[in-house]
Design a protein around this ligand. Sequence first.
Ligand code: AMP
Ligand code: MG
Length: 528
Amino acid sequence: MNNTRIPQFDNRFLHELPGDSEAGPRRREVLGAAWSSVMPTPVAAPSVLAYSPEVADLLGLDVQDPGFAEVFGGNALYAGMQPWAANYGGHQFGHWAGQLGDGRAISLGELLADGRRWELQLKGAGPTPYSRGADGRAVLRSSIREFLCSEAMHHLGIPTTRALSLVSTGDAVVRDMFYDGHPQAEPGAVVCRVAPSFIRFGSFELPASRGDLPLLRQLVEFCIARDYPELGGSGEVLYADWFRQVCTRTAVLVAQWMRVGFVHGVMNTDNMSILGLTLDYGPYGWVENYDPDWTPNTTDAKGRRYRFGAQVAVAYWNLVRLAQALSPLFADVAPLQAGLDAFRDRHAAEERAHLVAKLGLGTFREGDDALMAQFQQLLQDGEMDMTLAFRALGDIDLADIDLTDIDSGRPLPAPLEEAFYSAQARERVLPALVEWLQRYAVRAADSGQSAQQRRAVMQAANPRYVLRNWLAQQAIDRAEQGDTAGITDLLEVMRHPYDEQPGREAFAAKRPEWARERAGCSMLSCSS
Ligand code: AMP
Ligand code: MG
């Protein structure tokens, strides 16, 4: 590990984009500027609770350095850091919300490491001009969730912002978790998240909404030059290429979410990354009993706008908002429409590839999509655990079982039995499930792969371990009692989500009964 380098910063966002003439956290509308200078607010007693060894290595930072907790808790800066909060807007729950901006995130700088550029950003570092009525802080529970899920997603092979560190502040933060008049003091924390860019769809929507075309154009040029250096050309042709890239990256991203059962929970346009990364881990969740209508976000419980099954359509809707914001830069909407069409095409291709891999079918054939749709319907009707059920399909030996024998009195192969949450739901779907398995066995036997190959492909598409909400909650409960081992254990498991990890089967278990209705496990609020 190379930990001896002196960190090198090159803060292009500040140097190349216009900034606010006023510095400091006074809440205000910020016009004509992409950022405001603002220092993190010092905390009482910063202490490193957890860190990602891979990210520290990537950045060449020494976590053992005595100054590390001070810097990543917000009390000190490395030479070259120039803290700022970014200005952006967004559509929240379908409505234009005006200026939002980094209300509790403060970027420290763009670190150059091994020829790559990484923006380091503290979340929960204190007020900024964009904090409106809020305190700019984050509680420990939500910080643990962001820290763990960023890394879990990365190890699942899903584009995401990363997390370097989780630092407790020693300060209390008051939150009314369910907005029901019961505010409580909770421990505070700061996560350092890391990405090549934190530019959001809403970064472009804000200047567009204000008719500030010079800033809009400048932002587009900047984003292309810094974040999409591989694109060539200029003017409208370049912008069109870039927008198409944003669309296809977003298509890849949501297809990946659907593959593993991840529900973002707050797909507002200010939470949509221009690089197609998973961004802003708030009231996210993981599907356990398969249900396309499920949302983990209590704030969204009524409309379910951001439910699991709606994510692809919402991503498209968000891209349409981005296209509208960019439209003043185009003489004609055709190139923007072409980008949106590319989203649909790319998503269809990704979804098909995931379907073939998840079911181990070799190459796609007519009828395979129906086979998948029928299985998903069975998972839903049978209230089966999504992760366990897909993994089971690869683990059971289809050649060896005589399915004709199974009726409600006899068990299915053990890995499939494991996936049920309810005996009644099992009864209900058993005949249809057996019938489906028979058809599936025939199709899978004809996949053109050896049983071994097929299993390997399926295991690589169907994780054994995902960051189930109740697992994160157990780590949170322990951390709130001062024991951080739950965080490190969970991080360790999530580093190898596709591998069988003997001795760690408990981390792959389906949701226990106690977690069904418990806060943090089945429902999460935005209050974090
Ligand atoms: P989110 O729903 O977390 O994406 O946040 C939406 C907006 O509210 C963003 O501009 C955030 O920076 C801001 N925000 C959320 N929580 C806080 C907080 N505790 N203090 C200040 N701003 C916040
Ligand atoms: Mg956000």
